[in-house]
Design a protein around this ligand. Structure first.
Ligand SMILES: Cc1ncc(COP(=O)(O)O)c(C=O)c1O
Length: 351
């Protein structure tokens, strides 16, 4: 029997990918914002309901660019400990200090009620994460940011296809970032984006992600975060199947719910959220119960993942340690079960 991993990247029919590869062979353009990257960006900009969509090489560089373009190269950034390490490493990589605010016990996103007490003279921005595709308290976060003159950068890596309060979940904040990594429900193998409704920010992002120069005019410090045509081809071929991808995940998700009933606590889907079925996390009563389950899974060649463990405030290379009791507790007890589009009922039932 084949190994069952936490996810299985969607692969479009080969001939549909070939259709785009033929275009690359005809144009001879491989990168530097070629026609396929432009076509994909235009389509994604509409789906994400933002004015500007800056397509980049991955979701980590998208976070780093977001900080850079806002001029945040020192000081403190308030964030959540319950996330993939890339949220935190991006803050550190840009020479800022992550300040952790504990999470809501119900949906595992940053607890907006605790943000204000973490604000200091050094605070520059809030970087919350719509973890697993569940929405942060965007209204409270927006008013705290306004009152305290702070930027909001949402790490929206898990949100593709999710809508909240009538608009795309990835459209909130000064900047939202996406990841199109192969593990994500919509992917371009590797890829990401910075989304914004601010013209001036988008102008800067556009140039920053391609070395900061236009011809011989060197306008600003930049780096190389351009996406190439082969990744864009994968994105275009996948995008044609996005409804199937989400619907099929929804079916698998609901079958897990039918099978498990109320046996495990799970994050709450907010009333105003159209969920994208990005992950299927379950909470065990204790870490030892989780470890026992992991061992059982492995003997059956099933490999769920401990998303997200450890709680990022416990990363050993952080200079300043802080406690986040809820996140630490949940991180020790949470496991994401395998979930992908096209997953058969027999595999779901076996898991
Ligand atoms: C919450 C979160 N932020 C950022 C990233 C980084 O994205 P990428 O892998 O595209 O660099 C990921 C995942 O990989 C993620 O899960």
């Amino acid at each position: 029997m084949k190994k069952i991993f936490v996810t299985k990247p969607y692969l479009p029919p080969k001939e549909e990918l070939s259709y785009y590869y033929d275009k690359i062979y005809n144009s001879g353009v491989l990168t530097n914002d070629g026609p396929l990257a432009k076509e994909l960006s235009a389509k994604l900009q509409k789906i994400c309901e933002v004015q500007h969509f800056n397509y980049v090489t991955n979701g980590t560089i998208a976070l780093q660019l977001a900080l850079r373009v806002l001029g945040i190269t020192s000081g403190e950034v308030i964030t959540t400990p319950f996330t993939y390490v890339a949220t935190i490493s991006s803050i550190l990589w840009e020479h800022c200090v992550p300040v952790f605010v504990d999470i809501e016990p119900d949906n595992f996103t940053i607890d907006a009620k605790k943000i204000e007490e973490a604000i200091t003279e050094e605070t520059k921005a809030i970087m919350p994460v719509h973890v697993f595709g569940y929405a942060c308290d965007v209204d409270s976060i927006s008013s705290i940011a306004k009152e305290n003159n702070l930027y909001v950068i949402y790490d929206a890596a898990h949100t593709f296809g999710a809508r909240y309060k009538g608009k795309a979940l990835c459209s909130y904040g000064d900047i939202s970032t996406l990841s199109f990594h192969a593990t994500k429900l919509f992917h371009t193998i590797e890829g990401g984006a910075c989304l914004t409704n601010d013209d001036a920010l988008s102008f800067k992002l556009e140039w920053m992600r391609r070395f900061g120069h236009c011809g011989d005019n060197h306008m600003m410090l930049g780096l190389n975060a351009k996406q190439d045509e082969f990744n864009a081809a994968m994105g275009l071929a996948n995008l044609a199947h996005i409804d199937f991808i989400i619907q099929s995940r929804k079916q698998a998700f609901n079958r897990y719910i039918d099978n498990l009933g109320n046996k495990y606590k799970r994050p709450k889907v907010q009333d105003d959220l159209e969920y994208n079925y990005a992950y299927f996390p379950i909470l065990f009563d204790s870490e030892s119960e989780l470890e026992q389950a992991m061992n059982n899974f492995i003997t059956h060649d099933i490999y769920p993942r401990r998303y997200f463990y450890p709680s990022c405030n416990e990363l050993q290379y952080l200079k300043k340690k802080s406690k986040c009791k809820i996140s630490e507790d949940i991180s020790r007890r949470i496991l994401c079960l395998p979930l992908w589009s096209g997953m058969s009922n027999s595999i779901i039932d076996m898991v």
